[in-house]
Design a protein around this ligand. Structure first.
Ligand code: 2AM
Length: 171
């Protein structure tokens, strides 16, 4: 099972972020509006026998972290082969990093990643020649009260996400 932990912003935030996708030109593939999310940790392929442990790690990380406010102000790129590969909205919030670290510590064999965690919501992926996207300024805030364990199935029409579990951040 291909799994990841993610925060899905409210629909209104997803809508505003998706509106910015209108400025895309060329071979940028926009992320579907209802799939716009912030990845806390990408586990990759996990044997089904480990699923209970993965759920438990989510529950325990959620219990150790209170709700917090997320802010989204601007956009940026992740490079790939010298060119922008991913166009994202940058997220700020006190709780992202502690959550990502707690999950990483609980499941090092799935979440060990030499790259530093960088809170972002991917808006589009470059699939071929495409110009850079002009920066977009947002003024978005939303409460983060839960995160999800998501299964991703790759299909010819794009990834299909199924939420397997939701973990509430306890006050
Ligand atoms: P991205 O948005 O920065 O591309 C589901 O695939 C989520 O897991 C995506 O949001 C993706 O991040 C993230 N992810 C992190 N590492 C990944 C990897 N090696 N392969 C696929 N997705 C990855």
């Amino acid at each position: 099972m291909r799994l990841f932990y993610a925060i899905f912003p409210p629909r209104t935030v997803q809508r505003t972020l998706a509106e910015a996708q209108r400025s895309l030109r060329g071979n940028w593939k926009p992320v579907r509006e209802d799939q716009i999310h912030l990845t806390l940790g990408f586990l990759g392929d996990v044997p089904e026998a480990e699923l209970a442990r993965v759920r438990r790690a989510g529950r325990e990380a959620a219990r150790a972290s209170g709700p917090f406010v997320a802010r989204v102000r601007g956009t940026g790129f992740f490079p790939g082969e010298g060119r922008p590969r991913v166009w994202f909205a940058r997220a700020e919030g006190d709780g992202f990093e502690p959550l990502a670290l707690a999950l990483r510590e609980a499941l090092p064999e799935f979440l060990a990643d030499e790259r530093a965690f960088k809170a972002h919501l991917t808006l589009a992926r470059r699939k071929g020649p495409a110009p850079r996207v002009a920066p977009v300024v947002f003024d978005l805030e939303f409460p983060v009260e839960a995160f999800a364990l998501v299964e991703s199935r790759l299909t010819p029409r794009g990834p299909q996400y199924t939420v397997l579990d939701t973990f509430a951040l306890k006050e």
